[in-house]
Design a protein around this ligand. Structure first.
Ligand code: BTN
Length: 236
C-alpha cells in the first residue's frame, strides 16, 4: 500500500477526489486534523486532533466490481481491529456505521468518481480515538476509544493496523470470500423499528436483518424488501 500523510488537510476524501488520476490503486491518505471533514448526506464531520482520519483509494476493477459489498465489509474489518484493542459491544449499523452499544465510534463515507465508467472508489474513515468529550449537537451520540478504555491509543499504530486489515480483507473479498455470516453477528439494526430514507422518501420500516449479497431486508408497508446500501439511509 502506498501511504501519504498530512498533519493537516481540508478533507482526506476531497484530496483523493482531486488527485486520484495520478495515484496508484490502494493509496491511503491520512491526516491528524481536518479543517473541512465531510460526513454522509452532506453533513460535516468534526475533525479535531486526536482521532483517525483516513481515506483509501481503490481504482482496480477487481475492487470496483464489489462496490455493493465494500461499504459493509470495510466497516466489519475496522470493527475487528477495534475488538483487537479490547473494545466490546460492537455493532454495525448497516451499511457502515460502527456502534458501541447505542453510541457511534466510527463513520465511513464511501464516495465514487465516475465519467462514462466508474473511475474509483474512496473509502473515508473517521474513527473516534483519543477525543475526551463531544460537546456539539449530534444526531447520533458519539463515543471514542479513549472514553471507553480510559487511555490514549497510538494513532500511527492504529492506522497501520486498519490499513493492514483493509488490505487483507479486501483481498479476501476479491478471492471470493463471503463475509455475510461474519457480518450478521454484528447486526445492530436487526429487529428494530426505524425510519428509513428509501428513494428519498421517509418510511417507517421494521428491520429483519442482513441478508446474503450484503443487502438488508426490511418490512415496509407490509411488504418485504431487500435493499442495497445505495438505496437506503436510516434515522433511529
Ligand atoms: C459519516 O457521516 O458517518 C461518515 C464520516 C466519514 C468521515 C471521514 S474522516 C476521513 C474522511 N475524510 C472526510 O472528509 N470524511 C471521511
Amino acid at each position: 500500500m502506498n501511504k501519504i500523510h498530512f498533519k493537516e488537510i481540508d478533507s482526506t476524501n476531497t484530496w483523493l477526489k482531486e488527485n486520484y488520476r495520478t495515484l496508484e490503486d490502494m493509496t491511503s491518505v491520512s491526516a491528524r486534523l481536518q479543517t473541512a471533514g465531510r460526513g454522509r448526506r452532506g453533513r460535516s464531520w468534526e475533525s479535531q486532533e486526536g482521532n483517525l482520519y483516513l481515506s483509501l483509494l481503490l481504482k482496480d476493477e477487481k475492487y470496483l466490481r464489489h462496490v455493493d459489498a465494500i461499504s459493509t465489509v470495510s466497516a466489519y474489518l475496522i470493527l475487528k481491529v477495534l475488538e483487537g484493542y479490547g473494545i466490546k459491544d460492537l455493532g454495525i449499523k448497516w451499511p457502515n456505521d460502527i456502534y458501541v452499544k447505542d453510541e457511534k465510534i466510527c463513520g465511513i463515507l464511501l464516495e465514487s468518481v465516475s465519467t462514462d465508467r466508474l473511475e474509483c472508489l474512496i473509502i473515508g474513515i473517521g474513527l473516534n480515538v483519543n477525543q475526551k468529550e463531544f460537546s456539539g449537537d449530534y444526531r447520533q451520540k458519539p463515543v471514542s476509544m479513549r472514553m471507553l478504555t480510559g487511555r490514549d491509543t497510538d494513532l500511527d499504530q492504529l492506522e497501520d493496523d486498519v490499513c493492514k486489515a483493509l488490505t487483507e480483507g479486501l483481498n479476501q473479498l476479491n478471492k471470493g470470500h463471503d463475509f455475510h455470516a461474519q457480518i450478521s453477528r454484528y447486526d445492530y439494526l436487526r429487529d428494530k423499528d426505524v425510519y428509513a430514507l428509501i428513494e428519498d422518501k421517509k418510511e417507517a420500516v421494521h428491520v429483519l436483518g442482513n441478508r446474503p449479497g450484503y443487502t438488508l431486508e426490511v418490512i415496509c408497508k407490509d411488504l418485504r424488501k431487500n435493499l442495497r446500501s445505495s438505496e437506503i439511509s436510516f434515522h433511529l
